[in-house]
Design a protein around this ligand. Structure first.
Ligand code: ADP
Ligand code: MG
Length: 731
């Protein structure tokens, strides 16, 4: 019998040499060397061009053609010193991946003379053939073409792949009539909205604040698996997760992986991708093992949100590429292995002023304390009022395996703020008669700044089960999927906080007009908001059943599946929110909703097809071959004149295998029928629900159950798919 890929992969593990990674240099020596930083720009641009670039970065102002030409020349000159021959507009369509189309600097003049050039027009705008990116019908309705436009707020960089080097220009991607077709355009708009609303509120406390930015520090979880193993698992190749596979005898119950020593081979891979990341200016800081076997995490120093998003998207790409050099595959899927912890991407988020103040860090004086309390409570109120939208912002087929399954965090959006701040909010809320007067300064003098850092050092006040937790000077949104583009949830979070702050200012001004002193007016509104958002605050165990019941009583949404979670985007609340803050028109929102549903359908469809094919052409043949061995054995024993009791065990295994094969095959047939029915449903939402309930819900677990049973019964030598224990523990 030909050796299966499974056993080849296991054999190869023993002989695989670790890839030698260049010894690390000082990080500062390579950090940002492939980025067109301010310093590089200074060196390669005229004074005039440099100033115009800085101005445009600061204000988001468009760069004119002449300056564009100068900047493009400078960019090319810099890139050529690094051996770059091609450039690309780099953008983030609605696929969770980045996209690029390379063009060379090389061109021919009219008379045929070969030259290298990069024109301003090519820097500022391009028209990629966009027809195969998701558009949710927008391009059909409006205009067939789309274009990418330079986003100067994220610096150009050079991507190295093997020996090839490409100059990448971060861009946004829009239809010809201006509708956004990517993840970045709405994010940039949301950041503008937040800036404006937060600066206005900051004026109550500090007139010197002229700009407020959102900050984001993501923590990326991922699995790393031997490439030979992955190649022997068509389900991992096609869907990024294992659709079958029995739990290994040893899972994560020993808890020996978390923060354990990083295996040699993985360590080499980490150092390798980190060096690539440093060159690209991605400020990675932390690396460690995660809870599950073969699961790891990395995290950077936080950055301004737009740049942080680009860096996360870029890093996912870099990791994937570098892993290949090590014969490894990175799995970014939220749930690659059943029964083993899934992967998330914690989004640590805060807001900072251009005067250097973190608005979610408790202040040192009564005045800054009040400022902290203002932004803190506004965030809570935003999450409370728009929790369904926040849930929608993290919905995906992959993340459904975490949210609402028996794994953290739950699909219920709630906020954890810790004992001390709960007490503070309690005090504000229960102020007798809601009255604040000037004698009441004690209220404003709360020692928040001294107490919080102390409490945060004490890990007992850190709730790991909360999807949205305050962690001392920032909120940590933990329900984000590991494969997601952070821009999607960051757009929603920043927009809802912007909207809440806008309303806050109106409400405070109303109290001031009614005769309140400014501070008193602010306290009144804070109190009102605390009362209104109480139901979203939860300090207990987010994974418990009691919480699900309690949340239901409180009226908090608990939507477990993507097709239904996405409904929130089309609510009146959502449409008004996005339109009034200039983020999405109704048409854009509807298009996005459609795109996300389609992505969901396709993912489940591919999983269903993969399951069907594997069951029929991989699992069944292995099981049948083994049955034949049993039959031969039984016949042999019979012929030798032994009584039935001598082969009763073989008989019962034979029968068990038959039963599982039948159940598996019947289910596969039914699933195919269900798919045929779903495929003719015209309404995208209805179709997505059918894929969710009638195909995935009805059949996936059932088919898997029988396959996993067969895995335990069939002779190991006949089983061709690498087993969990091999993928997760051998390296
Ligand atoms: P942990 O949560 O594991 O204790 P840290 O609190 O040090 O780790 O930070 C986790 C992530 O939060 C890091 O990526 C860090 O850069 C980020 N972070 C820290 N401060 C902020 C902030 N003000 N805004 C956004 N992210 C932040
Ligand atoms: Mg953390």
């Amino acid at each position: 019998m030909m050796q299966s890929l499974r056993f080849k992969a296991i054999d190869n593990l023993a002989t695989n040499q670790n890839v030698i990674v260049k010894a690390s240099t000082k990080i500062t020596a390579i950090f940002g060397e492939n980025v067109f930083t301010h310093k590089t720009a200074r060196q390669f641009l005229s004074d005039e061009a440099y100033k115009s670039l800085l101005a445009s970065i600061k204000s988001g102002k468009k760069i004119d053609r002449v300056m564009g030409g100068q900047i493009a020349n400078g960019l090319r000159a810099w890139a050529e010193t690094k051996g770059v021959t091609h450039y690309t507009h780099w953008f983030q369509p609605l696929t969770d991946l980045s996209a690029e189309k390379h063009d060379s600097f090389f061109t021919l003049k009219g008379d045929g003379t070969p030259i290298e050039e990069f024109e301003g027009a090519a820097l500022i705008q391009q028209e990629p053939d966009a027809s195969s990116f998701p558009s949710g019908g927008l391009r059909a309705t409006f205009e067939a073409r789309g274009y990418t436009a330079w986003d100067p707020s994220s610096p150009p960089f050079i991507m190295e792949i093997g020996n090839g080097k490409t100059l990448c220009i971060p861009t946004i991607f829009v239809s010809y009539t201006g509708e956004s077709l990517d993840a970045k355009t709405p994010l940039l708009k949301a950041l503008v909205a937040l800036d404006k609303a937060a600066v206005d509120v900051c004026q109550y406390f500090d007139k010197n604040v002229t700009k407020v930015t959102a900050t984001l520090g993501w923590e990326q979880e991922y699995f790393v698996i031997d490439a030979g193993m992955v190649n022997a698992r068509p389900d991992l190749v096609m869907t990024g997760r294992t659709v079958f596979g029995h739990a290994p005898a040893k899972g994560q119950q020993l808890e020996d992986h978390y923060f354990g020593a990083i295996p040699e081979r993985i360590y080499a891979f980490m150092r390798d991708y980190e060096q690539e990341a440093y060159k690209l200016g991605i400020p990675l800081r932390t690396r460690h093992n995660e809870v599950a076997p073969s699961q790891f995490e990395c995290a950077p120093i936080y950055e301004e949100a737009n740049l942080a998003v680009d860096h996360n998207t870029l890093l996912m790409d870099v990791m994937t590429r570098v892993a290949k050099r090590h014969g490894l595959i990175v799995l970014l899927h939220e749930k690659p292995f059943a029964g083993i912890n899934g992967s998330g991407k914690h989004n640590n988020w805060s807001i900072a002023t251009d005067t250097g103040v973190n608005l979610l860090a408790p202040g040192k004086t009564p005045k800054t304390n009040l400022m902290f309390l203002t932004f803190f409570v506004n965030t809570i109120k935003a999450v409370n009022d728009y929790s369904a939208l926040l849930r929608a912002s993290i919905a995906s087929a992959g993340n459904d395996h975490r949210l609402g399954a028996n794994e953290a965090p739950p699909a219920i959006i709630s906020i954890f703020i810790g004992k001390y701040l709960s007490e503070v909010l309690n005090q504000v809320e229960t102020r007798v008669g809601g009255k604040f007067d000037e004698q009441d300064e004690a209220m404003l003098k709360l020692d928040i700044h001294k107490t919080i850092p102390e409490l945060m050092l004490d890990n007992t006040d850190r709730n790991r089960t909360s999807p949205f937790a305050f962690t001392g000077n920032k909120f940590e949104f933990r329900a984000v999927g590991s494969a997601a583009n952070c821009a999607i949830n960051m757009t929603v979070l920043n927009t809802i906080v912007a909207q809440t702050l806008k309303q806050f200012k109106k409400d405070v001004d109303t109290f001031i007009e009614g005769g309140d002193k400014k501070e008193i007016a602010i306290m009144h509104v804070i109190q009102k908001y605390i009362v209104e958002s109480k139901s979203v605050l939860f300090e207990g165990d987010g994974y418990s059943e009691e919480w699900a019941n309690e949340a239901a009583k409180r009226g908090l949404p608990n939507v477990k599946t993507t097709p239904l979670a996405l409904d929130a985007y089309l609510s009146k609340l959502s449409k008004d929110l996005f339109e009034s803050n200039d983020i999405y028109t109704h048409a854009e929102l509807e298009a996005r909703h459609e795109i996300m549903l389609e992505a969901y359908i396709k993912k489940v469809q591919i999983e269903a097809r993969t399951m069907g094919e594997l069951a029929t052409s991989v699992i069944l043949p292995s099981a049948v071959k083994y049955q034949n061995v049993l039959i031969e054995n039984i016949n042999g024993l019979k012929a030798a004149g032994l009584p039935a009791s001598a082969f009763s065990n073989q008989m019962s295994i034979l029968e068990e295998i038959s039963n599982h094969i039948n159940a598996m095959s019947t289910n596969v047939r039914d699933m195919i029928e269900a798919r045929k029915k779903a495929n003719v449903i015209a309404d995208t939402r209805e179709k997505a629900i059918a894929y969710c309930d009638d195909i995935k819900g009805e059949h996936f677990d059932e088919i898997r159950y029988h396959v996993d049973k067969l895995e335990l019964l069939v002779d190991d030598a006949y089983w061709t798919l690498p087993k969990y224990r091999e993928m997760l523990f051998l390296r």
